[in-house]
Design a protein. Structure first.
Length: 64
């Protein structure tokens, strides 16, 4: 159960970080020098979240 909670927290942390990056970009609160780095980071976070959701879906399908 602890491992599952940690994974959930990791997903939540990744999602929160992604939302922060998107907020900075939307509000133009990010310099041009940072935008490339933050875009790469956002892409990695999106991929991580997608993979976690796929894993959760597969686990749920197995239980059902």
């Amino acid at each position: 159960m602890i491992q599952q909670n940690q994974q959930s927290n990791s997903y939540e942390a990744a999602l929160n970080e992604l939302q922060e990056i998107l907020g900075k970009i939307e509000n133009k609160a990010i310099s041009l020098d940072e935008i490339t780095e933050q875009t790469k980071k956002a892409r990695m976070l999106i991929e991580y979240c997608r993979n976690r959701l796929r894993q959760i879906e597969a686990d749920t399908d197995q239980l059902l």
